[in-house]
Design a protein around this ligand. Structure first.
Ligand SMILES: NC(=O)c1ccc[n+]([C@@H]2O[C@H](COP(=O)([O-])OP(=O)(O)OC[C@H]3O[C@@H](n4cnc5c(N)ncnc54)[C@H](OP(=O)(O)O)[C@@H]3O)[C@@H](O)[C@H]2O)c1
Length: 315
């Protein structure tokens, strides 16, 4: 396979970490970057940028030229309406896969989907990620493709989970879901190692694969709080946030976002995702397919992300 990769989403949290790992492993990395985001390239040395959008067929052609594989990380994770998410998560996917499918030879194709795609009824985001998977499976027929479904990903540069961990580190843990809900987590460098393993493997059975960290069966809120408590050697007060309050905050946030014009993260759909009881992922199929296994526990991931030192004393 050619040592050239075509990447999207390189200016984001996961894609930014990923392209550093791919370049360090010796891959030539070309990246589709929106014109308005070109300034972010300063933090990404070594990339070969292709400035353009998914609607720009010439940019897609230049991006895919010589690429042995496509790693598609671009996605909308914030928004209000279905259209906010579908424009990139469904239509952008379609344009990119069609462009890849029209080539000869056809590149391998990896897309970052989400565990949320497992429950598309919950939110416009979840639905768009599921539709994106369906578009990939149908357009990429005859081509090797995988959709990875990570659970919540955290690490340096993340803006969604980090504030929660920061609150916990200060001694207060807002509990946003049911006490017995279970969630899988994944440290961003483990996700990068899975993608690297896939590109190095050279081939993989096409399909949808879940992945999670070293904790089989995921975590309950109490277990996450206990991990932070042991790292910080301090007592953490649990602050259960009632569903009604969370919904009211989400409604206010959407109204404000419409007035001021920004893409909100906390929406009624996000509240339904947060309160979903089962976000446990399973690595078994991916490990069997490419031999990848996660290596970073929550404790180690938090130490690396937050700069905390392990004390081993839960207060
Ligand atoms: N973070 C998580 O916990 C998590 C969990 C599961 C799955 N995922 C998936 O992983 C992917 C990356 O997530 P992330 O957390 O890294 O998100 P992020 O930090 O918001 O980055 C999103 C990336 O997508 C690009 N993008 C957004 N809209 C675009 C558009 N219309 N056209 C072209 N590029 C566009 C952004 O480019 P600009 O810089 O130009 O805005 C950015 O590079 C997403 O597909 C997400 O669904 C994330």
């Amino acid at each position: 396979m050619s040592r050239t990769l075509a990447v999207t989403g390189a200016t984001g949290f996961i894609g930014g970490m990923l392209v550093k790992h791919l370049a360090a492993a010796g891959w030539r990395v070309k990246a589709l970057v929106r014109p308005g985001s070109a300034h972010k390239l300063q933090q990404l040395p070594g990339l070969e940028p292709v400035i353009g959008s998914f609607q720009d067929s010439d940019a897609l052609r230049r991006l895919l030229l010589d690429a042995g594989a496509v790693v598609h990380c671009a996605g909308a994770v914030r928004g209000i309406t279905a259209a906010d998410f579908n424009a990139i998560n469904v239509e952008g996917m379609k344009q990119l896969v069609q462009a890849a499918h029209s080539l000869s030879p056809r590149p391998r194709f990896l897309s970052l989907s989400s565990l949320a795609a497992r429950a598309p009824q919950l939110s416009h985001y979840a639905s768009s990620k599921r539709q994106g998977e369906d578009v990939l499976a149908s357009v990429a027929e005859g081509m090797e493709w995988v959709a990875l479904r990570p659970p919540a990903v955290y690490g340096p540069g993340d803006k969604e989970l980090l504030p929660l961990f920061q609150w916990m580190g200060r001694g207060i843990a807002p509990v946003l879901g049911e006490a017995d809900a279970r969630v899988s987590l994944l440290y961003v460098e483990d996700l990068c190692s899975a993608v690297l393993r896939w590109v190095d493997a050279g081939q993989c059975r096409s399909g949808v694969y879940e992945l999670n960290d070293t904790r089989t069966g995921g975590y309950r809120w109490d277990e996450i709080i206990a991990t932070v408590s042991a790292l910080r050697a301090r007592r953490i007060i649990r602050l259960p946030v009632p569903a009604t309050l969370l919904r009211a905050l989400a409604a206010m946030n959407v109204t404000t976002a419409r007035l001021i014009g920004y893409a909100p993260m906390l929406t009624p759909g996000k509240v339904r995702e947060l309160r979903h009881p089962d976000w446990v992922a399973d690595n078994t199929a991916l490990t069997a397919a490419i031999g990848w296994q996660p290596g970073i526990s929550l404790q180690e991931g938090l130490q690396r992300t937050m700069g905390w030192r392990y004390t081993g004393r839960a207060a």
